[in-house]
Structure formats: C-alpha cells, structure tokens
Write a protein that binds this ligand. Structure first.
Ligand code: SF4
Ligand code: SF4
Ligand code: SF4
Length: 313
C-alpha cells in the first residue's frame, strides 16, 4: 500500500498553518505523529455521492505546489480510496479487512447511506465473489473505527441523495451507526477543513462539535480561533446593515447583497467568507464571486428541490 513519508504533508500544513489554525507547537505535534509508524491508517469509502468532495480535495494545490493527492498518497497511510489507491479487487479489500480488525484507523465516509432495497442501491466493493453494500461496509467499519469523519453534506446529513421523496432511503452515517461523527459538511466539503479534521485526529486534539456534529472551530469561529457570528449573513461583507451595500436586482452586480436572488446566507452557519480555495479573506468564495450562498453546509440542504423524482412531463 502507501508509505508514510512526512515531507509534503508537513510542507502543506506549514504553508497553510493560518487556514488550519496550526501554531508551531501543533506543527511539532503533527511532526511527531507523522513520524510514528503506528499512527492510524485512513479508510475512505464512497456511498451515495457524486465524488465531488474527493475531487474538490484533490484539486487543492498548496502554496508549496503539492496537491492533496500527493499528500494523501505519499504521507497518510491511506489504505482504501476507490479512485486513489493503486491496488484493486480482492487484494485491496483484504488489506481493508486486515486494518479493520486492528481498529487502528480513521473511517472517512463520502456519501449518504441508502437503506432501501437492503442497501443494494450502492455496492461499495466486492470480495470473494460477493458484493458488499455501502450500508454493510459502514456498519462494520464504524463499529471498529477509532474515529469517523464525514466528508461533505451527503455523509453528514444525507444531502442531495436524500432530497425530495428520497426513493433510496438515504440516511446520514450518524443515523445509521449511532456513533458520533465529525461532520465536515459542505457540498463539496472545504478541502482545508477536511485536512484540519485529519490533523486534529493525528495529533490527538479533542474536537468540540456543535449540535449537528460540526467542529465549532470551523463553523463558528474566525481563522484566529475567536468566537465569530455563526451565520454567514452576520459577517458578510455585502450585508447592507453592516456595510451599506445595495441589494442586487440581477446577477453580476459586484459587491451587492444577493438576498433578493435567493441567497441563503441568513440561514447558513459556516466561515466560508474567511477561507475557500486556500486564500484567506480574499473573496474567493461563493458570494465573493457573485453567486448566492445556497446553504450547502446545513442539514436541510438542498431543500425542497425535487431531485430524483420520477419524470412526469
Ligand atoms: S456533499 Fe456534494 S460534492 Fe460531496 S459527494 Fe455529496 S453531492 Fe457530491
Ligand atoms: S449576500 Fe447573502 S449573506 Fe451576504 S448580506 Fe446579502 S443575503 Fe446576507
Ligand atoms: S457560501 Fe454557502 S453555498 Fe458557498 S460553500 Fe459556503 S455554505 Fe456552501
């Protein structure tokens, strides 16, 4: 499988220390954790998802020129990831099962869990001629995992696969397993927030979660770790009450508030305004590029849109 060489992960974390909230002491802890050959492995499963959370993560190019793909493959002991691992088939699953037995692993789930039809809407892997559903794989691995991280809103809350009449009976990982999960919600999950969660687990740092299983440090604090308004609207640089910005009447109006265009910032908790695309405070987030927030970090996302309804027209 993969090897633990610490270089690019530590280079990445050092370059992104502000976004990840890492001080020199924590970087030292991370260095020690990465040097420990018995550090937990990572098993990453895909369920009812578009794989966009992985794609978003893999597209993150660090200030040092490394991609997260390099980081994951070269620096983390990534045992299983359907699109990244070098092995395939029974040998890959045999390694997963070996690590499952040890319990020394972090389970990352990307995708909601379909429970209708015995879970057979989503087969996660085959082994020994049989097929293992995502539902079964998540249940068996979650029971043994040292910690569980949900990558994105699908795994955290159900997201798009759960929307409308939810014909495949999608539930969140937490609902299925009854175990606490660290929910890095977002559609897709913010790549730096995903790395942040992995760093906390590797360094043994306790993570305080809100009522929806989201880390308070990521969803209710600013980059310096100070308490900040939770709602995007209450810290948005386009808030008319805070900055006098005019209301946009149409798309493409730079600097205008997007409330009349359906912006869900008044109902959305996150700190997207501070960091997206690896550039703190530089406006490279949805609203910063004139797109209304559609509330992708919230349990109610995507709302009442009839995804997956039978076509009647
Ligand atoms: S949360 Fe969004 S981007 Fe991530 S897997 Fe689900 S649909 Fe795709
Ligand atoms: S753009 Fe959206 S989040 Fe920003 S002030 Fe207007 S409604 Fe609120
Ligand atoms: S601004 Fe809104 S839609 Fe955009 S990533 Fe943040 S929560 Fe999601």
């Amino acid at each position: 499988m993969t090897t633990i060489s610490r270089r690019s992960f530590l280079r990445y974390c050092t370059a992104s220390a502000a976004v990840l909230g890492l001080d020199p002491l924590r970087l030292g802890l991370l260095n020690d954790a990465m040097a420990n050959p018995s550090a937990p492995s990572v098993i990453w499963l895909h369920g009812s998802s578009c794989t966009g959370c992985s794609v978003s993560l893999l597209n993150r190019i660090t200030a040092t020129g490394d991609t997260i793909a390099q980081v994951l493959v070269n620096d983390i002991n990534l045992i299983f990831h359907a699109t990244l691992m070098a092995s395939a088939g029974d040998p890959a699953v045999a390694e997963l099962l070996r690590v499952r037995k040890s319990g020394n692993f972090v389970l990352v789930c990307e995708g909601g869990v379909p429970t209708a039809f015995g879970g057979r809407c989503c087969i996660t892997y085959g082994f020994g001629g049989g097929e293992i559903t995502y539902m079964q794989a998540v249940q068996e691995l979650a029971a043994k995992a040292a910690a569980i991280v949900c990558a994105g809103t699908c795994a955290s809350f159900g997201g798009i696969p759960r929307s409308g009449s939810n014909p495949t009976g999608v539930v969140s990982v937490r609902e299925l397993t009854g175990r606490p999960t660290i929910n890095i919600s977002g559609c897709p999950a913010n790549p730096d927030w995903m790395v942040w969660a992995i760093v906390q687990l590797l360094t043994g740092t306790p993570v305080t979660l809100d009522a929806n299983g989201r880390p308070v440090d990521l969803y209710a604090k600013d980059l310096a770790g100070a308490a900040a308004p939770e709602l995007i609207h209450d810290k948005c640089p386009r808030n008319p009450a805070l900055t006098g910005a005019p209301l946009a009447a149409g798309f493409g109006e730079d600097g205008h508030c997007l409330e009349l265009l359906g912006c869900r910032g008044p109902h959305t908790r996150a700190r997207c305004e501070a960091c997206w695309n690896g550039v703190p405070g530089q406006g490279t987030w949805c609203i910063g590029v004139n797109a209304p927030c559609h509330g992708c970090t919230e349990p109610g996302f995507p709302g009442p849109q009839p995804f997956y309804e039978p076509f009647s027209g």
